[in-house]
Design a protein around this ligand. Structure first.
Ligand code: NAD
Length: 289
């Protein structure tokens, strides 16, 4: 629902980690959702993951048992974009983080969605302006809607204004995010890393430099951040959790955009070169064997 309580028709493109969470959120507050993925297997996995997550909400008393089927009933899976975006108010794109894939998806969405629909992108790193550039004048409808993982729990949606994003698009994106029960912040300029990725990268960089300088063990650096600043995880354990290759890619992008202060520390490059990628490879700053 919007601020004035209207149910919206929402298409979420990409049924991976983020898309499935965003679809669940939207269906939980009463929106009608079409969840699109090129892969029928990914759609199946997404619906199963949503069911498991809803069960957890029921067990913890945050949802009633009979709401499970109602919520799932509001999500229609689809493998094709044209039919799925018919008559929608909002599209949120959460496909792979590759500009050519985002371009292909935005072009198809814009050709079939109503002209008034806003087109959100959940990109973490790519330029909103570049993503919208394939749409010509339609770029005014494209806006960054950066959700955080897990989307059903994290409280923030970071909205990002591309060069061509209209005020009306931004206002409607804000309204939609609030309808999902989220707080918003607005990054007024399309700048790599927006607000949140830059801030978290600086914390991560300092943790890596401290490790290089031999100031403390990974355990103590993480513990310091957890207990002094009330973060649920320290930057090194979070790196292991998300994948150190993903950390390195993100820092490499920020370094190219903003210069020296984001130069990826040697300790991180070495870890990735050695194949110590964190949880997914069994070993990172910590042993996950
Ligand atoms: P993911 O790999 O889990 O999911 C991507 C999905 O997109 C896959 O299921 C894939 O089959 C599907 N897909 C690929 N091409 C498609 C197409 N042409 N049409 C429809 N579906 C297509 O990725 P994710 O982690 O959910 O990330 C999605 C986006 O969200 C990326 O832009 C990423 O940068 C961003 N993001 C991720 C996180 C995170 O923590 N994972 C957080 C914030 C933002």
């Amino acid at each position: 629902m919007t601020d004035n309580g209207t149910v919206q028709k929402v298409a979420v493109i990409g049924g991976g980690v983020m898309g499935s969470g965003i679809a669940q959120l939207a269906a939980t507050v009463g929106h009608e959702v079409r969840l699109v993925d090129v892969s029928p297997e990914r759609l199946e996995t997404a619906l199963a993951a949503i069911g498991t997550s809803l069960d957890r909400f029921i067990r913890s008393g945050r949802l009633e048992t009979d709401q499970r089927e109602e919520i799932l009933g509001r999500i229609t899976p689809a493998t094709r974009i044209p039919e799925a975006v018919e008559g929608v108010d909002v599209v949120v794109e959460a496909v792979l983080e590759r500009l050519e894939v985002k371009h292909q998806v935005m072009t198809e969405v814009a050709a079939h969605a109503p002209a008034e629909a806003i087109l959100g992108t959940n990109t973490s790193q790519l330029s909103i302006t570049a993503i919208g550039s394939v749409l010509g004048e339609g770029a005014s409808r494209v806006v960054g809607m950066h959700f955080f993982n897990p989307a059903v729990l994290m409280r923030l949606v970071e909205l990002v204004k591309g060069l061509e994003t209209s005020e009306d698009t931004l206002r409607r994106a804000e309204d939609f995010a609030r309808s999902l029960g989220k707080e918003t912040v607005v990054c007024l300029k399309d700048s790599p890393g927006f607000l949140t990725s830059r801030i978290s990268a600086i914390l991560r960089m300092e943790a890596l430099h401290m490790l290089e300088e031999g100031l403390a063990s990974p355990e103590d650096i993480d513990k310091a951040v957890r207990l002094a600043f009330n973060h649920p995880m320290g930057p090194l354990e979070l790196g292991d959790f998300n994948g150190l290759d993903t950390y390195l890619d993100a820092l490499t992008g920020l370094h190219a955009a903003h210069g020296e202060r984001f130069r990826p520390p040697v300790v991180l490059r070495n870890m990735v070169a050695a194949g110590r990628l964190g949880r997914k490879s069994g070993r990172g700053f910590y042993d996950h064997g």
